[in-house]
Write a protein that binds this ligand. Structure first.
Ligand code: GAP
Length: 508
């Protein structure tokens, strides 16, 4: 996507993802299931590349700390299902709720804080039209309904917008929901718990009820003592985890942006309370530069401090949370959350200490001080990050055969190179096979002999493969291949024995 202008619709991206094997609707042959997605071969490769880079850059080779010294982060892989008391302690059973509004007529359910209302300026006595915030079609439909109601075209100066939650009960009674014609069908907002539950063991009752984790973070807090006791870590240090999380989102939407099953990449950074502010700033910087290092352009990324009424139940008052936001096509020209960096204080460790009755304080031998560390948490969406990479890469180009190419950074491209014999004879397939075998030891490389070379390039453009190496009739004699660059379509001739060096320089 260009830096400031949106040049394509989500519909086009979703269709490419299906056509080229990035992402498919889950259970598609049964009509699908709302909020769940399957990753195809290319989507899996892209997501795994993103995951592996995060692990390498945050856990195996983390950045230097603010004082120039190496920081220490260790990995973890905890269970998805934990003792149900974990979620009472974490506040998710009591507090992990969204205010919901139901439409009595259509049975559609909306997050109350995602519904905006449109009415005539200074006059809320007539009808008020509700629409889904961030959804331009729904805003246009609400505007049309309002114009029909007042029987004239309206300019932005004539209309008043507010959040649905700001309306009184009387005003709600004259509100027309986004998907209905009649006023007064929306219920008042009520709380809705987002956790999926199930049972363990043969007997299904309240005592056997357990939950699918809604965040990977809690598995880290549960193992704080274990890690301190078994690894030679000293505060400050971090524990990182990548894994699935599940939320029964009321309105899953915008492709994989908000789904009911998704993956997170989280670090819980344990530090002394006095140093928390320093580490908070450090992680905000590290994380926003990291997203840029894998190809998200600066203009499409921004940092936003949460408003006080947005803070999660665990966020430390006064310190807040920063979101790293990306300009998705469906939020354009606005931004949507990609990662949150939160100062959780010692909320989680103190709650688990209280509920489990196990001591979780850390003893600093050098300072002879015992304390519950404070936590800075960079929490990124792996699924949402994959979507941001797809959105950033999608580049319409009417002048090429495929009409579009995916400009992935070579480091995360699902296919990093293709090796093509120009035709399937005269020794070309054998040379191609030999080169492909060598390159695939280090990179994600494909080879293909079918169809014209133009069609094969077009296929690779849509897959986002940055380099194609073609073996032609001269290769056997001059020991050289043609390399085609995806973004410029430029072609150059390089020595066969320099292809691996070329790949090392360009891809790493
Ligand atoms: N442990 C903190 C935590 O879970 P969060 O802001 O609720 O914080 C962190 O989630 C990240 O997880 C988000 O920034 C987003 O990238 C991703 N995420 C959250 N809910 C999601 C959903 N329903 N679908 C896809 N990604 C989601």
């Amino acid at each position: 996507m260009s830096e400031s202008t949106q040049t394509y619709s989500m519909h086009e991206l979703v269709s490419l993802c299906k056509r080229r094997g990035f992402i498919y609707p889950a259970s598609e042959i049964y009509g699908g299931i709302n909020g769940f997605w399957d990753y195809g071969p290319l989507g899996t490769a892209l997501k795994n590349n993103l995951r592996d880079l995060w692990w390498r850059d945050m856990v195996q080779r983390p950045p230097l700390g603010p004082d120039g010294n190496e920081v220490s982060i260790v990995g973890l892989d905890s269970a998805i299902i934990q003792n149900a008391k974990v979620w009472e302690a974490s506040g998710h059973v009591g507090g992990f709720n969204d205010p919901m509004v139901d439409c009595r007529e259509t049975k559609a359910r909306y997050r109350a804080d995602h519904l905006m209302c449109l009415g005539l300026k200074g006059d809320r006595s007539g009808q008020i039209y509700a629409y889904v915030d961030g959804d331009e079609d729904s805003l246009a439909a609400a505007q049309k309904k309002l114009e029909k109601y007042v029987k004239k075209a309206l300019s932005p100066d004539d209309v008043d917008t507010c959040q649905l939650t700001a309306l009184s009960a009387e005003e709600l009674a004259v509100t027309v929901g986004p998907d209905t014609k009649n006023a007064g069908t929306l219920t008042e907002p009520r709380q809705f718990n987002l956790m999926f539950d199930t049972t363990t063991g043969a007997i299904r009752n309240e005592d056997s009820k357990v939950y699918l984790r809604p965040e990977t973070a809690q598995g880290i807090f549960l193992n704080f003592n274990n890690v301190v006791d078994t690894m030679r870590v000293k505060v400050p240090f971090g524990i990182a985890q990548i894994g699935k999380a599940f939320r029964n989102e009321v309105t899953p939407r915008n492709f994989i942006f908000r789904s009911r099953e998704f993956e997170q990449m989280e670090i819980e950074w344990f530090c002394h309370e006095d140093d928390a502010e320093k580490w908070f700033e450090f992680w905000c910087d590290v994380r926003s530069s990291w997203w840029q290092s894998i190809g998200l352009t600066g203009a499409n990324i921004m940092m936003r401090k949460h408003d006080d009424d947005e803070l999660a139940h665990y966020a430390k008052e006064g310190c807040g949370t920063f979101d790293i936001e990306y300009r998705f096509p469906f939020t354009h020209p606005g931004f949507g959350e990609l990662e949150g960096v939160a100062h959780r204080g010692n909320y989680d460790l103190s709650r688990h200490q209280e509920f489990s009755k196990k001591k979780l304080a850390y003893f600093d031998q050098a300072k002879n001080e015992r304390y519950l560390p404070h936590v800075i948490e960079p929490s990124a969406g792996l699924s949402r990050g994959t979507l941001a990479l797809l959105c950033e890469a999608y580049t319409p180009d009417p002048d090429r055969a495929s009409k579009v190419y995916m400009a992935f950074h070579p480091k995360i491209a699902p296919i990093q190179a293709a090796v093509f014999p120009l035709v399937g004879k005269d020794g070309m397939p054998e040379i191609a096979h030999q080169l492909w075998s060598e390159l695939r030891e280090r990179w994600d490389v494909v080879t293909d002999v079918k169809q014209s070379i133009g069609k094969r390039y077009a296929r690779m453009d849509e897959a986002g493969c940055p380099f194609c190496f073609t073996i032609d009739g001269d290769t056997a004699s001059d020991q050289a291949v043609t390399v085609r660059h995806r973004d410029t379509q430029a072609q150059e001739r390089i020595a066969l024995d320099q292809v691996a060096t070329f790949m090392s320089e360009k891809v790493g």
